[in-house]
Design a protein around this ligand. Sequence first.
Ligand SMILES: Nc1ncnc2c1ncn2[C@@H]1O[C@H](COP(=O)(O)OP(=O)(O)O)[C@@H](O)[C@H]1O
Ligand SMILES: [Mg+2]
Length: 327
Amino acid sequence: MTTLADDLARLAAIPTTDVLTVDLPLPGKEQGKVRDIWRVGDKRIIVTTDRQSAFDRVVGTIPYKGQVLTRLAQWWFERTADIVPNHVVDVPDPNVIIARDARVWPVEMVIRGYITGVTKTALWFNYDQGKRRLYGIDFPDGLRKNERLPEPVITPTSKAASGAHDEMMTREEILAADFVPADVYAQMEDATRRLFARGQALAAERGLILVDTKYEFGDIDGQLTLIDEIHTVDSSRFWMQDNYAARFAAGAEPETFDKEFLRRWYVDEAGYRGDGDPPPLPRALAERMSRLYIEAFERLTGEAFVPDSADPGERMVLNLRVAGVLG
Ligand SMILES: Nc1ncnc2c1ncn2[C@@H]1O[C@H](COP(=O)(O)OP(=O)(O)O)[C@@H](O)[C@H]1O
Ligand SMILES: [Mg+2]
């Protein structure tokens, strides 16, 4: 069994009404940590479930997370399509995006405006251990946790096969390994910087700091295309803007809307950093995450989040029939 199948089997034994996995009457299901995917012709049906990952493992489910992520990604895709084309064709259901199938470039384009994080690929985790050259970039002495960087830095990681950890890389390593052709990689860097600038600007209008995020790109008909998700609470960190400076000056942690407190719970309370089986996410934490994710969505978009609580499996089949994707 793969690690993912193993994680899902353990979680299936815990009773909740959250969307752990989805079965559509279609062949060829693929599973990522968060998404169940079917390839149909030149399209992909991408179902975002309520699965929550941490340290590259699935640790539990968060109520309504799939709906929040789907709507938030859709909101951002619409607001960034002038920078780089994206894969979205249709959003026929609160959990489903129909996308154009891409040849995926095997690099996660992480970009960070602040030095923070407790995972093995995080800037702060490595800097705190004394490293000053990270991702091929030199960092000065004297930085403090959560400090704003003079300018955003791109810190790419390899897209690991299921169950493996993403590895820190430099531009030189990516090009030497032929992961991406040099001209395409230059386009990816440019798109990454411009998407992040747009994200930071729109978040700032809503009183939030977009701290860091990651993008995935693919090739569709020879064109660089943004795929997967964008500026969701899963792929990004968001902090409250108005109290950031005061908290930073006082040496206190920022007020976050992301999974950092979940990561902190795993590290501080459970002593877990990604080795061995993760302890299951406590339900109280899952519910707190759910409230936080919904609040982040509502702040960013200015829209109310009204969950659709119809049976997700039946609803998706119905909506996909209406969209003409299922017979
Ligand atoms: N348009 C697309 N074409 C092909 N693959 C895609 C597209 N959009 C997203 N993907 C891939 O689908 C998967 C999404 O599932 P997810 O659960 O997020 O996976 P992961 O465990 O890799 O994070 C990722 O591997 C992503 O690269
Ligand atoms: Mg993913």
